[in-house]
Design a protein around this ligand. Structure first.
Ligand SMILES: *Cc1c(COP(=O)(O)O)cnc(C)c1O
Length: 379
Protein backbone atom coordinates (compact mmCIF):
# COMPACT_ATOMS: atom_id res chain seq x y z
CA UNK A 1 0.00 0.00 0.00
CA UNK A 2 2.92 2.30 0.73
CA UNK A 3 3.99 1.97 -2.89
CA UNK A 4 0.58 3.07 -4.08
CA UNK A 5 0.97 6.43 -2.44
CA UNK A 6 4.04 7.32 -4.47
CA UNK A 7 3.77 9.47 -7.53
CA UNK A 8 5.65 10.32 -10.69
CA UNK A 9 9.11 8.81 -10.92
CA UNK A 10 8.77 6.94 -7.66
CA UNK A 11 5.60 5.41 -9.05
CA UNK A 12 7.39 4.17 -12.18
CA UNK A 13 9.98 2.48 -9.96
CA UNK A 14 7.23 0.97 -7.82
CA UNK A 15 5.60 -0.35 -10.99
CA UNK A 16 8.85 -2.00 -12.00
CA UNK A 17 9.47 -3.70 -8.66
CA UNK A 18 5.89 -4.76 -7.92
CA UNK A 19 4.90 -8.37 -8.46
CA UNK A 20 1.85 -7.25 -10.38
CA UNK A 21 0.38 -4.13 -11.90
CA UNK A 22 -3.30 -3.27 -11.62
CA UNK A 23 -4.32 -0.68 -14.20
CA UNK A 24 -7.65 1.06 -13.70
CA UNK A 25 -9.00 2.88 -16.73
CA UNK A 26 -10.90 5.88 -15.39
CA UNK A 27 -11.86 6.89 -18.93
CA UNK A 28 -13.62 3.56 -19.42
CA UNK A 29 -15.30 4.03 -16.04
CA UNK A 30 -16.58 7.43 -17.11
CA UNK A 31 -17.79 6.04 -20.45
CA UNK A 32 -19.65 3.28 -18.62
CA UNK A 33 -21.32 5.87 -16.41
CA UNK A 34 -22.37 7.96 -19.41
CA UNK A 35 -23.68 4.84 -21.18
CA UNK A 36 -25.89 3.88 -18.22
CA UNK A 37 -27.11 7.43 -17.80
CA UNK A 38 -28.09 7.58 -21.43
CA UNK A 39 -30.06 4.33 -20.99
CA UNK A 40 -31.91 5.98 -18.09
CA UNK A 41 -33.38 8.77 -20.24
CA UNK A 42 -33.14 11.58 -17.73
CA UNK A 43 -33.56 9.52 -14.55
CA UNK A 44 -30.78 10.39 -12.07
CA UNK A 45 -27.83 8.00 -12.18
CA UNK A 46 -26.08 7.49 -8.83
CA UNK A 47 -23.26 5.04 -8.20
CA UNK A 48 -22.47 2.31 -5.69
CA UNK A 49 -18.89 2.95 -4.54
CA UNK A 50 -18.99 0.68 -1.50
CA UNK A 51 -16.18 -1.76 -0.67
CA UNK A 52 -13.54 0.72 -1.82
CA UNK A 53 -15.27 1.28 -5.12
CA UNK A 54 -15.59 -2.46 -5.77
CA UNK A 55 -11.88 -2.80 -5.01
CA UNK A 56 -10.75 -0.15 -7.48
CA UNK A 57 -10.27 2.76 -5.07
CA UNK A 58 -13.35 4.56 -3.79
CA UNK A 59 -11.89 8.06 -3.99
CA UNK A 60 -10.49 7.77 -7.53
CA UNK A 61 -13.68 6.12 -8.73
CA UNK A 62 -16.00 8.59 -7.01
CA UNK A 63 -14.01 11.59 -8.29
CA UNK A 64 -14.26 10.34 -11.85
CA UNK A 65 -18.00 9.71 -11.54
CA UNK A 66 -18.70 13.08 -9.92
CA UNK A 67 -16.75 14.77 -12.72
CA UNK A 68 -19.02 12.90 -15.13
CA UNK A 69 -22.08 14.36 -13.39
CA UNK A 70 -22.92 11.84 -10.67
CA UNK A 71 -24.37 13.46 -7.54
CA UNK A 72 -25.43 10.40 -5.51
CA UNK A 73 -22.82 8.06 -4.01
CA UNK A 74 -23.83 4.89 -2.18
CA UNK A 75 -21.60 3.19 0.39
CA UNK A 76 -22.38 0.41 2.87
CA UNK A 77 -20.55 1.52 6.02
CA UNK A 78 -20.54 4.87 7.78
CA UNK A 79 -16.73 4.77 7.81
CA UNK A 80 -16.72 4.62 4.02
CA UNK A 81 -18.90 7.72 3.89
CA UNK A 82 -16.76 9.57 6.42
CA UNK A 83 -13.66 8.87 4.32
CA UNK A 84 -15.26 10.20 1.12
CA UNK A 85 -17.20 13.17 2.51
CA UNK A 86 -14.38 15.77 2.77
CA UNK A 87 -13.49 15.28 -0.90
CA UNK A 88 -16.82 16.40 -2.32
CA UNK A 89 -18.98 19.48 -2.13
CA UNK A 90 -22.36 19.47 -0.43
CA UNK A 91 -24.26 18.93 -3.69
CA UNK A 92 -22.88 15.38 -3.77
CA UNK A 93 -24.99 13.17 -1.51
CA UNK A 94 -23.38 10.21 0.27
CA UNK A 95 -25.82 7.54 1.39
CA UNK A 96 -25.00 4.98 4.09
CA UNK A 97 -26.81 1.86 2.98
CA UNK A 98 -26.44 0.05 6.30
CA UNK A 99 -27.94 3.07 8.00
CA UNK A 100 -26.50 4.63 11.14
CA UNK A 101 -24.72 2.13 13.37
CA UNK A 102 -26.70 1.78 16.62
CA UNK A 103 -26.00 4.81 18.79
CA UNK A 104 -24.04 6.62 16.06
CA UNK A 105 -26.87 8.65 14.51
CA UNK A 106 -25.22 11.95 15.50
CA UNK A 107 -22.01 10.90 13.71
CA UNK A 108 -23.90 10.33 10.48
CA UNK A 109 -25.33 13.82 10.70
CA UNK A 110 -22.05 15.42 11.83
CA UNK A 111 -20.27 13.93 8.82
CA UNK A 112 -22.87 15.12 6.37
CA UNK A 113 -23.96 11.64 5.32
CA UNK A 114 -27.49 10.42 4.69
CA UNK A 115 -28.67 7.18 6.27
CA UNK A 116 -30.85 4.55 4.73
CA UNK A 117 -33.47 3.73 7.31
CA UNK A 118 -33.85 -0.02 7.11
CA UNK A 119 -35.83 -0.88 10.23
CA UNK A 120 -38.24 0.62 12.74
CA UNK A 121 -35.49 1.05 15.37
CA UNK A 122 -33.39 2.98 12.82
CA UNK A 123 -36.40 5.16 12.05
CA UNK A 124 -37.05 5.83 15.74
CA UNK A 125 -33.41 6.71 16.43
CA UNK A 126 -33.20 9.09 13.44
CA UNK A 127 -36.46 10.68 14.52
CA UNK A 128 -35.17 11.18 18.03
CA UNK A 129 -32.09 12.95 16.71
CA UNK A 130 -34.26 15.14 14.50
CA UNK A 131 -36.38 16.26 17.43
CA UNK A 132 -33.28 16.83 19.60
CA UNK A 133 -31.87 19.08 16.88
CA UNK A 134 -35.25 20.63 16.23
CA UNK A 135 -34.89 20.17 12.50
CA UNK A 136 -35.99 17.87 9.69
CA UNK A 137 -33.23 15.45 8.80
CA UNK A 138 -32.79 13.89 5.37
CA UNK A 139 -33.11 10.14 5.03
CA UNK A 140 -33.79 7.38 2.54
CA UNK A 141 -36.27 4.66 3.43
CA UNK A 142 -35.67 1.08 2.35
CA UNK A 143 -38.46 -1.44 1.98
CA UNK A 144 -37.95 -5.15 1.47
CA UNK A 145 -39.57 -6.54 -1.64
CA UNK A 146 -37.99 -9.96 -1.83
CA UNK A 147 -34.47 -10.22 -0.43
CA UNK A 148 -35.34 -10.49 3.27
CA UNK A 149 -32.08 -8.74 3.95
CA UNK A 150 -32.65 -5.10 4.83
CA UNK A 151 -35.57 -2.72 4.79
CA UNK A 152 -39.07 -2.59 6.23
CA UNK A 153 -41.32 -5.55 5.63
CA UNK A 154 -44.94 -5.05 4.61
CA UNK A 155 -46.07 -5.28 8.25
CA UNK A 156 -43.63 -2.56 9.28
CA UNK A 157 -44.78 -0.35 6.43
CA UNK A 158 -48.29 -0.87 7.77
CA UNK A 159 -47.05 0.27 11.20
CA UNK A 160 -45.71 3.47 9.58
CA UNK A 161 -49.01 4.05 7.87
CA UNK A 162 -50.91 3.53 11.13
CA UNK A 163 -48.63 5.98 12.96
CA UNK A 164 -47.82 8.87 10.61
CA UNK A 165 -45.81 10.42 13.46
CA UNK A 166 -43.12 7.79 12.75
CA UNK A 167 -42.15 9.38 9.48
CA UNK A 168 -42.92 12.96 10.44
CA UNK A 169 -39.85 15.06 11.01
CA UNK A 170 -37.88 13.51 8.16
CA UNK A 171 -37.10 14.87 4.83
CA UNK A 172 -37.79 11.62 2.98
CA UNK A 173 -35.50 11.92 -0.06
CA UNK A 174 -36.62 8.71 -1.70
CA UNK A 175 -37.99 5.27 -1.12
CA UNK A 176 -35.81 2.39 -2.27
CA UNK A 177 -35.68 -1.37 -2.57
CA UNK A 178 -33.20 -3.84 -4.05
CA UNK A 179 -33.67 -6.46 -6.77
CA UNK A 180 -32.58 -10.02 -6.06
CA UNK A 181 -32.42 -11.50 -9.59
CA UNK A 182 -32.16 -8.56 -12.00
CA UNK A 183 -29.27 -10.02 -14.05
CA UNK A 184 -31.63 -12.82 -15.13
CA UNK A 185 -34.14 -10.95 -17.26
CA UNK A 186 -36.59 -13.83 -17.42
CA UNK A 187 -36.68 -14.37 -13.66
CA UNK A 188 -40.16 -14.10 -12.17
CA UNK A 189 -38.83 -12.24 -9.14
CA UNK A 190 -38.30 -9.08 -11.19
CA UNK A 191 -41.95 -8.33 -11.88
CA UNK A 192 -42.94 -9.64 -8.47
CA UNK A 193 -40.59 -7.18 -6.76
CA UNK A 194 -41.67 -4.35 -9.06
CA UNK A 195 -45.26 -4.98 -8.11
CA UNK A 196 -44.48 -5.21 -4.39
CA UNK A 197 -42.47 -1.98 -4.59
CA UNK A 198 -45.29 -0.10 -6.27
CA UNK A 199 -47.82 -1.40 -3.75
CA UNK A 200 -45.72 -0.35 -0.74
CA UNK A 201 -44.95 2.99 -2.35
CA UNK A 202 -48.62 3.83 -2.65
CA UNK A 203 -49.07 3.42 1.09
CA UNK A 204 -46.22 5.75 2.08
CA UNK A 205 -45.93 9.52 1.83
CA UNK A 206 -45.27 10.64 -1.74
CA UNK A 207 -41.56 10.86 -2.52
CA UNK A 208 -39.07 9.86 -5.19
CA UNK A 209 -38.19 6.20 -5.64
CA UNK A 210 -35.21 3.99 -6.52
CA UNK A 211 -35.18 0.31 -7.43
CA UNK A 212 -32.42 -0.35 -9.99
CA UNK A 213 -28.94 -1.70 -9.56
CA UNK A 214 -26.86 -2.11 -12.76
CA UNK A 215 -28.86 -5.04 -14.07
CA UNK A 216 -32.15 -3.40 -13.18
CA UNK A 217 -31.40 -0.56 -15.60
CA UNK A 218 -31.52 -3.14 -18.40
CA UNK A 219 -34.97 -4.40 -17.35
CA UNK A 220 -36.59 -1.36 -18.91
CA UNK A 221 -38.19 1.93 -18.01
CA UNK A 222 -40.80 0.45 -15.64
CA UNK A 223 -37.96 -0.28 -13.24
CA UNK A 224 -36.18 3.07 -13.47
CA UNK A 225 -38.28 5.34 -11.20
CA UNK A 226 -36.32 8.49 -10.17
CA UNK A 227 -32.80 7.41 -9.32
CA UNK A 228 -30.66 4.39 -10.20
CA UNK A 229 -27.83 2.87 -8.14
CA UNK A 230 -25.52 0.99 -10.52
CA UNK A 231 -22.29 -0.57 -9.32
CA UNK A 232 -20.79 -3.53 -11.16
CA UNK A 233 -21.54 -2.34 -14.71
CA UNK A 234 -19.62 0.88 -14.03
CA UNK A 235 -16.58 -1.28 -13.26
CA UNK A 236 -16.91 -3.34 -16.41
CA UNK A 237 -18.98 -6.27 -15.12
CA UNK A 238 -21.63 -7.77 -17.39
CA UNK A 239 -25.08 -6.51 -16.32
CA UNK A 240 -27.21 -9.06 -18.20
CA UNK A 241 -26.61 -12.81 -17.90
CA UNK A 242 -26.31 -14.62 -21.20
CA UNK A 243 -25.88 -11.46 -23.30
CA UNK A 244 -22.83 -9.77 -24.75
CA UNK A 245 -21.37 -7.31 -22.25
CA UNK A 246 -21.94 -3.74 -23.51
CA UNK A 247 -19.68 -2.20 -20.84
CA UNK A 248 -16.08 -1.16 -21.40
CA UNK A 249 -13.38 -3.08 -19.58
CA UNK A 250 -12.00 -1.00 -16.69
CA UNK A 251 -9.50 -3.34 -15.03
CA UNK A 252 -6.29 -4.83 -16.33
CA UNK A 253 -4.25 -7.05 -14.03
CA UNK A 254 -0.74 -8.01 -15.12
CA UNK A 255 1.34 -10.44 -13.09
CA UNK A 256 5.11 -10.57 -13.30
CA UNK A 257 7.06 -13.69 -14.19
CA UNK A 258 9.72 -14.24 -11.53
CA UNK A 259 11.16 -17.54 -12.75
CA UNK A 260 10.89 -20.05 -15.57
CA UNK A 261 11.99 -23.68 -15.58
CA UNK A 262 12.05 -26.68 -17.90
CA UNK A 263 10.54 -29.82 -16.46
CA UNK A 264 10.63 -33.34 -17.87
CA UNK A 265 7.50 -35.37 -18.47
CA UNK A 266 5.62 -36.73 -15.43
CA UNK A 267 6.73 -33.92 -13.14
CA UNK A 268 4.25 -32.54 -10.64
CA UNK A 269 3.76 -28.81 -10.08
CA UNK A 270 2.74 -27.03 -6.88
CA UNK A 271 1.14 -27.92 -3.56
CA UNK A 272 -0.56 -31.30 -3.34
CA UNK A 273 0.88 -32.20 -6.75
CA UNK A 274 -2.46 -31.69 -8.46
CA UNK A 275 -0.97 -31.31 -11.96
CA UNK A 276 1.59 -33.44 -13.73
CA UNK A 277 3.29 -32.72 -17.05
CA UNK A 278 2.41 -35.05 -19.95
CA UNK A 279 5.53 -34.03 -21.90
CA UNK A 280 8.65 -31.94 -21.34
CA UNK A 281 7.24 -28.52 -20.45
CA UNK A 282 8.16 -24.97 -19.59
CA UNK A 283 6.67 -23.56 -16.40
CA UNK A 284 6.57 -19.84 -15.60
CA UNK A 285 6.07 -18.75 -11.99
CA UNK A 286 4.14 -15.49 -11.59
CA UNK A 287 4.17 -13.31 -8.44
CA UNK A 288 0.42 -13.33 -7.78
CA UNK A 289 -1.32 -15.68 -5.36
CA UNK A 290 -4.40 -16.14 -3.27
CA UNK A 291 -3.09 -13.57 -0.78
CA UNK A 292 -3.58 -11.09 -3.64
CA UNK A 293 -7.15 -12.19 -4.23
CA UNK A 294 -6.26 -14.57 -7.05
CA UNK A 295 -8.69 -17.14 -5.73
CA UNK A 296 -7.41 -20.61 -4.96
CA UNK A 297 -10.44 -22.02 -6.77
CA UNK A 298 -8.63 -20.98 -9.98
CA UNK A 299 -6.16 -23.83 -9.39
CA UNK A 300 -5.86 -25.79 -12.66
CA UNK A 301 -8.74 -23.71 -14.06
CA UNK A 302 -7.50 -20.15 -14.55
CA UNK A 303 -5.73 -18.87 -17.66
CA UNK A 304 -3.35 -16.07 -18.50
CA UNK A 305 -2.67 -14.32 -21.80
CA UNK A 306 0.85 -13.85 -23.07
CA UNK A 307 1.31 -11.84 -26.25
CA UNK A 308 -2.29 -12.59 -27.17
CA UNK A 309 -2.10 -16.36 -26.58
CA UNK A 310 -4.01 -18.13 -23.82
CA UNK A 311 -1.96 -20.31 -21.48
CA UNK A 312 -3.30 -22.54 -18.70
CA UNK A 313 -2.65 -22.07 -15.00
CA UNK A 314 -1.33 -25.42 -13.78
CA UNK A 315 -1.11 -26.73 -10.24
CA UNK A 316 -2.63 -25.16 -7.17
CA UNK A 317 -2.62 -21.43 -6.57
CA UNK A 318 -0.11 -20.67 -3.78
CA UNK A 319 -0.27 -17.76 -1.36
CA UNK A 320 2.17 -15.65 -3.40
CA UNK A 321 2.50 -17.39 -6.75
CA UNK A 322 0.76 -19.14 -9.61
CA UNK A 323 2.36 -21.38 -12.21
CA UNK A 324 1.67 -21.29 -15.95
CA UNK A 325 2.35 -23.87 -18.62
CA UNK A 326 4.11 -21.69 -21.20
CA UNK A 327 5.53 -24.53 -23.31
CA UNK A 328 3.82 -23.21 -26.45
CA UNK A 329 4.96 -19.59 -26.03
CA UNK A 330 8.02 -18.14 -27.74
CA UNK A 331 10.87 -17.75 -25.20
CA UNK A 332 11.22 -14.00 -25.83
CA UNK A 333 7.83 -13.50 -24.14
CA UNK A 334 8.54 -15.61 -21.07
CA UNK A 335 11.46 -14.34 -19.06
CA UNK A 336 11.80 -13.09 -15.50
CA UNK A 337 10.45 -9.54 -15.37
CA UNK A 338 7.92 -10.02 -18.18
CA UNK A 339 4.27 -9.25 -17.46
CA UNK A 340 1.40 -11.60 -18.32
CA UNK A 341 -2.27 -10.62 -18.47
CA UNK A 342 -4.50 -12.13 -15.80
CA UNK A 343 -7.51 -9.83 -16.25
CA UNK A 344 -7.82 -7.88 -19.50
CA UNK A 345 -10.25 -7.08 -22.28
CA UNK A 346 -9.53 -10.54 -23.78
CA UNK A 347 -9.88 -12.26 -20.39
CA UNK A 348 -12.60 -10.17 -18.75
CA UNK A 349 -13.51 -10.23 -15.10
CA UNK A 350 -16.73 -12.18 -15.73
CA UNK A 351 -14.82 -15.01 -17.41
CA UNK A 352 -12.24 -15.10 -14.63
CA UNK A 353 -15.12 -15.23 -12.14
CA UNK A 354 -16.81 -18.05 -14.02
CA UNK A 355 -13.61 -20.10 -14.00
CA UNK A 356 -13.26 -19.45 -10.26
CA UNK A 357 -16.85 -20.50 -9.61
CA UNK A 358 -17.89 -17.06 -8.42
CA UNK A 359 -19.15 -13.68 -9.68
CA UNK A 360 -17.29 -10.64 -11.01
CA UNK A 361 -18.12 -8.74 -7.81
CA UNK A 362 -16.05 -11.12 -5.72
CA UNK A 363 -13.08 -11.02 -8.09
CA UNK A 364 -13.00 -7.20 -8.03
CA UNK A 365 -13.53 -6.76 -4.30
CA UNK A 366 -10.80 -9.34 -3.63
CA UNK A 367 -8.14 -7.51 -5.67
CA UNK A 368 -5.11 -7.42 -3.44
CA UNK A 369 -3.22 -4.68 -1.62
CA UNK A 370 0.18 -5.71 -3.03
CA UNK A 371 -0.57 -4.74 -6.59
CA UNK A 372 0.98 -1.58 -7.94
CA UNK A 373 -2.08 0.49 -8.85
CA UNK A 374 -1.87 2.54 -11.97
CA UNK A 375 -4.77 4.91 -12.69
CA UNK A 376 -5.24 5.88 -16.31
CA UNK A 377 -6.85 9.32 -16.13
CA UNK A 378 -10.02 10.15 -18.03
CA UNK A 379 -9.45 12.88 -20.59
C1 LIG B 1 -24.42 -2.99 -4.15
C2 LIG B 1 -25.75 -2.39 -4.31
C3 LIG B 1 -26.11 -1.77 -5.51
C4 LIG B 1 -25.27 -1.87 -6.76
O1 LIG B 1 -25.50 -3.15 -7.33
P1 LIG B 1 -24.80 -3.66 -8.69
O2 LIG B 1 -25.40 -5.00 -8.86
O3 LIG B 1 -23.35 -3.70 -8.41
O4 LIG B 1 -25.15 -2.70 -9.76
C5 LIG B 1 -27.33 -1.10 -5.54
N1 LIG B 1 -28.15 -1.08 -4.47
C6 LIG B 1 -27.84 -1.69 -3.31
C7 LIG B 1 -28.80 -1.64 -2.18
C8 LIG B 1 -26.64 -2.39 -3.19
O5 LIG B 1 -26.35 -3.02 -2.05
Amino acid sequence: MLLNQNHGQASAVAGAIAGAVLSIDLGALRDNYLFLRQKLHGVACGAAVKADGYGLGALQVARTLVQAGCRDLFVAHLEEGIALRPHFSADVAIYIMHGAPVGCEAEVLAHGCIPMLNSLPQITAWRELASQKGMRLPAVLQVDTGMARMGLGADEVAACVADPELLAGFELLFLMSHLACAEDQSHGMNLQQLHAFKTLRQQLPACRASLCNSSGIFLGEDFHFDIARPGIALYGGAPVAGQANPMRSVVRLQGRIIQTRQIPTQTSVGYSATWRSQKPSTIATVAVGYADGWLRSLSNRGVAFIAGTEVPMVGNVSMDTITLDVTEIAPEHVHPGALVDLISAENPVDIVAQRAGTISYEILTSLGARYHRHYIEAH
